[in-house]
Write a protein that binds this ligand. Sequence first.
Ligand code: PLP
Length: 425
Amino acid sequence: MTASATTTAFSRRGSILHVEEVPLPEVAERFGTPCYVYSRAALTSAYQAYQAALADRAGRPALICYAVKANSNLAILDVFARLGAGFDIVSGGELARVLAAGGDPGKVVFSGVGKSRAEMRQALAAGILCFNVESVPELETLNAVAIELGRQAPVSLRVNPDVDARTHPYISTGLKSAKFGVPFEAALPLYRRAAALPGLTVRGIDCHIGSQLLDPAPAAEAATKIVGLVDALAAEGIVLHHIDLGGGMGIRYRDETVPSVAEYLAPLLAVMRDRQEQLLLEPGRSLVGNAGLLLTRVALLKHGEPKNFAVVDAAMNDLARPALYDAWHEIVKVSDGGTPTPARVYEVVGPICESGDFLGHARELSLAPGDPLAIMSAGAYGMAMSSNYNTRPRAAEVMVDGDQAFLVRRRETVEELYALESPLP
Ligand SMILES: *Cc1c(COP(=O)(O)O)cnc(C)c1O
């Protein structure tokens, strides 16, 4: 195994890959495959890396709002809630999850371009920290909904700083051409408008420029633009309480050079130094991505020209990232011992009827049918983006904590997949 997906929580002992103290073959045996496996210790250390990097803002404590969409399992939310995290949500459903997991609504920020009136009511009733408003119509609607409920909605405007995050176009969100946020030039008049609306309380400002960012410069550039705007607002008497600089820090999937959290945040924190506003961040992938893997088994091997195929029991419905973004995930054998079969170069594919259903191209592995495999770095945008395509029950999810493994989502049954449907009368 290369260092790519490795944290201390995932290690080989002898020939057997372990998550913390638990051998993965045991997990495969006990819970079946495919199965997502998370490490509580890895989640905790990822969160603590942010806490440590932000510690020098102790006078004005920063708030780490975990982006729930990266992995919304209640057990994951529970781990972060207990560590004191806030949450960045994008739907009423995610708010319900945060509350069910014991999260503090007073630490929730609500992002997203299309919040419904019902979601606005739900979030106002729960008493969330802030709505990150992305358009003029949303500002007007939120004002109206808040007045109906006799409340004041706390708002930030999501401002589009027009910086190039230099990442995959599907996950770059901070350019002018993106659907997200309000244009930088429009922000000042919009804040004046927001401040004048009786149902709103202007609390902060927000931006989020993209995902899987490895270069700290774009985030610092965005921060510089944002604080300039904050100062311009203050000069007009609109004083903001917090600055939310979004998420987006990348992780190592393969051989990327990835800065530590402290290194990534340093230029951004330099921009924020001596500022009185509270700093909010919305990390998703960097908190969970390398804290989870997808455990699968080789179903059968098809050896032939020009390609060899390893058909495994996980597929694009379980992990969409390879099919969707051509993303690379390390694939390793769970048990490296035993009689070695000759290594071959495999296309690692799922059983789904789509040519795009692959998990890895051209992987050199020595495999036998039944071998358990671990698809690494699958904690973020894995289960969260899974589907029931081909009427495949979604995978089980397991959380390892020390020498214990807990089932935190049981595998779906086929009957459940059509339980909401009915034939014609
Ligand atoms: C997706 C998203 C995040 C989290 O992004 P990561 O790349 O997973 O850190 C944070 N904020 C907003 C508004 C998002 O849409």
